[in-house]
Design a protein around this ligand. Structure first.
Ligand code: DGJ
Length: 725
């Protein structure tokens, strides 16, 4: 049960759910300070209070006790604090001063109202809102804290309100969290197209360490997530803190280590080119951010995040259900498609016992390459004489579901839409419009553009029988400009763009509640919690190479459960890396995500086809735990030449273990792989070998690995608890 209490005498807020506690003190009744975030506390001793706050209970003057030394919940530059804070607000007279002091608080069972910002669902939670006010300007900040009953995760967000004076927000992050020391290792997820979310670890050092993007998307290059591990912490033990932002646009994520060695963690919408005007009475909501805690290392942190995301972020009928095994036309045919070829692919998919055929790019306008037609969501009758309607009927007639690719936010200069509405794209006056992948970005801050996109995509999804949609987005935003947004509001562009995208996505997903939506952004360019509040899975990366996927999926699992990660088996040599890996390895890796294929089945041998049918039977039989079970990382492809993970059913009666070796070494001793998450008092039988092992020996000693025969070879174990007689 979640309890939020306020001890009036000691001016102390305590949020706890029996597992974790978050304790805030009001310094001299004015400034909220963090006393504790971590394992649940029963009480907070006066001494702790006094030490952490320095002066608690005493008379507070900004001159004698500068805020620079204190762990503030809403730090703002000035008033004695010499560090960067979560807020920067400029008033009409040019001043940036804010002295935000406690005004009131509210404890409720309801979620905070964050307007159109994405957030987790609030069931089984309680929220504390502390309102701070700057007396001179009347400016107010609501600090929202939501704690869930079933998750070691705290939601943080702010609502900022102008009063008698208009104000321009130049920074409005979602939270600050002050740690007493900086003896932590920081882990972030950095990368690029086709090698998204690589696991990067570094010790915190004095000064500012920052990640973030200015691209208009959460991006392939980095990720709105960071973790901190305490000294000695590792995958299984020790304290770990996680921070994630529920936002799909440009963001900032920083850890500032100050002169006293304290660390201030902050995250929020990117402030680099941000300026949001508030007239008196108007509010700005920040996106929600999540603070996760574990005393069981990074594995414990990930388990907490996965449970939270499953229970409170993912939505729709597919969130907790099995996902169709699909064949996607992209790597099978790219733009070289027509109705007969697509039907032949679909027929192969059916023969190989798949569930869904997905028509990727190339079906609309006159799109024979990537240089035209985005925005013209009309059937290309040269390729589809019977349109999407007849194709989808033929696919359904084979007993398959039908899926469709769209890229709604984009416009090709060579399109009827562009010829009719050249002002619909993001552009800066008469300057050159710089294309990327031959395309421009639609100005989603405009209501008329959003209406066009919503109706065009609705029409496409209505004229065919569509069961699945892949919503792609293949370029980032620069050269900001809008034909409609007033020039004094251009600093609001990036945030308004993403809010516009969310609005269109929410409208379309609610019009088609039974369709499975997968977000995509040139691979994993918007693999973030904001997207996951609307679409329950995302294409993890355009890189379908098995070994690259080991790395990408392994690191992505720090925050996301496998059910969020689109993962497909593709052909060899791999189209991105040129690498050969065995079919069984490609399948084993893809099984730890939403499973499908991205190849031309006609090019497979009879033996491979038999293997694929068997693999699909396996996936169906084990998908409940592969997608929705507890996911454990066993061996890191970033630290070793192997990748090992496992999925365990919640009742610990079944488990799938996957081990991939990057290279095979001759003449080695047999090795053991230690498992996790099993019932140590039970025995488990491996489905393939019939060998029985004790849960304790699998956990403490490990499962014997067979000899592997080639680079990127792999082995899987499908374990079932042996019922006692
Ligand atoms: C990028 C996606 O990530 C690919 O899977 C594919 O859909 C292409 N776009 C199509 O243009």
């Amino acid at each position: 049960m979640v309890r939020i209490t306020y001890d009036k005498n000691r001016q102390l807020f305590h949020l706890e759910n029996g597992s974790v506690s978050y304790v805030i003190a009001l310094a001299a009744g004015k400034y909220p300070l963090l006393l504790h975030w971590g394992k649940a506390l029963r009480t907070v001793h006066d001494d702790l209070l006094a030490r952490r706050c320095g002066f608690h209970g005493g008379e507070f003057t900004l001159h004698e006790t500068p805020l620079d030394r204190l762990p503030q919940e809403c730090p703002v530059f000035g008033w004695g604090d010499m560090r960067e804070g979560v807020l920067q607000a400029r008033f009409a007279d040019g001043s940036e001063c804010l002295d935000l002091r406690y005004l009131r608080h509210r404890i409720t069972d309801e979620q905070p109202d964050l307007g159109d910002m994405p957030s987790a669902r609030g069931e089984h939670s309680k929220t504390l809102t502390i309102t701070l006010r700057d007396e001179t300007t009347g400016f107010e900040a609501d600090l929202h804290y939501t704690l869930w009953e079933d998750a070691d995760v705290l939601g943080r967000a702010m609502t900022l309100r102008a009063a008698q004076e208009a104000v321009t927000l130049e920074r409005a992050y979602s939270f600050a969290l002050e740690l007493e020391n900086s003896n932590y290792t920081m882990i972030t997820l950095e990368g690029a197209w086709a090698r998204e979310r690589q696991w990067i670890s570094r010790p915190l050092v004095p000064g500012r360490q920052a990640t973030g993007t200015v691209r208009g998307a959460s991006s392939q290059q980095t990720s709105p997530f960071l973790a901190l591990t305490a000294p000695g912490a590792n995958e299984r033990t020790g304290e770990a803190f996680g921070f994630a932002l529920c936002w799909s646009g440009s963001f900032a994520s920083t850890v500032d280590v100050d002169q006293f060695g304290a660390a201030r963690v902050m995250m929020g919408v990117q402030d680099f080119d941000f300026a949001w005007k508030l007239s008196p009475g108007e509010v700005f909501h920040t996106p929600e951010a999540y603070l996760a805690y574990s005393e069981n290392g990074l594995q414990g942190l990930s388990l907490a995040c996965h449970r939270f995301i499953r229970a409170h972020v993912l939505c729709g009928p597919y969130a907790a259900s099995e996902r169709p095994i699909l064949l996607n036309s992209w790597e099978a045919a790219y733009f070289d498609i027509d109705e007969e070829k697509l039907c032949a692919l679909a027929a192969e998919a059916r023969a190989l016992d798949m569930d869904l055929f997905v028509l990727d790019d190339g079906w609309f306008g006159h799109r024979d390459r990537d240089d035209s037609s985005l925005g013209d969501w009309v059937d290309d009758k040269r390729k589809l004489p019977g349109g999407l309607k007849r194709l989808s009927e033929r696919v359904h007639g084979m007993g398959l579901k039908f899926g469709l690719w769209v890229e709604p936010e984009m416009i090709s200069p060579d399109s009827d839409l562009y010829r009719a509405h050249p002002d619909y794209c993001i552009h800066s006056g008469n300057r050159m419009r710089v294309e990327n992948r031959h395309q421009l970005v639609l100005d989603m801050t405009r209501a008329d553009v959003r209406a066009y996109v919503t109706e065009a995509i609705t029409d496409a999804l209505t004229r065919a029988q569509v069961d699945y949609v892949k919503w792609d987005m293949n370029r980032n935003i620069n050269m900001i400009g809008s034909a409609q947004l007033p020039k004094e509001r251009i600093g609001e562009f990036h945030v308004r763009y993403i809010l516009g995208v969310y609005e269109v996505m929410r409208t379309i997903t609610s019009r088609f509640p039974n369709v499975l939506f997968e977000s995509c952004a040139g691979g994993g360019g918007r693999f973030d919690l904001g997207m996951m509040t609307i679409m329950p899975q995302a294409w993890t990366s355009d890189d379908t190479d098995a070994w690259m996927r080991c790395r990408i999926q392994y690191a992505t699992s720090l925050l996301f459960p496998p059910s969020c990660m689109g993962a497909h088996v593709s052909a060899v040599p791999n189209h991105q890396t040129g690498r050969f890996s065995p079919l069984k390895t490609r399948a084993a890796v893809a099984m730890h995500g939403t499973f499908g294929y991205e190849l031309d089945p006609a090019k497979l041998s009879a033996e491979e086809k038999t293997a694929i049918r068997a693999c699909n039977r396996r996936v169906r039989a084990w998908q409940d735990i592969l997608l929705h079970g507890e996911f454990y990382r066993l061996q890191s492809p970033f630290e070793t030449d192997a990748f090992a993970v496992m999925a365990v059913s919640r009742d610990r009666s079944r488990a799938v273990v996957t081990y991939v070796a990057r290279e095979t070494l001759p003449n080695t001793l047999p090795s053991l792989l230690r498992l996790a998450g099993l019932d140590e008092n039970a025995d488990y039988r491996d489905e393939d070998t019939n060998l029985v092992f004790g849960g304790d020996e699998l956990t403490r000693r490990g499962i014997p690995l067979p000899a592997l025969h080639s680079d990127y070879d792999s082995v899987q174990f499908f374990l079932r608890k042996v019922e006692k007689e």
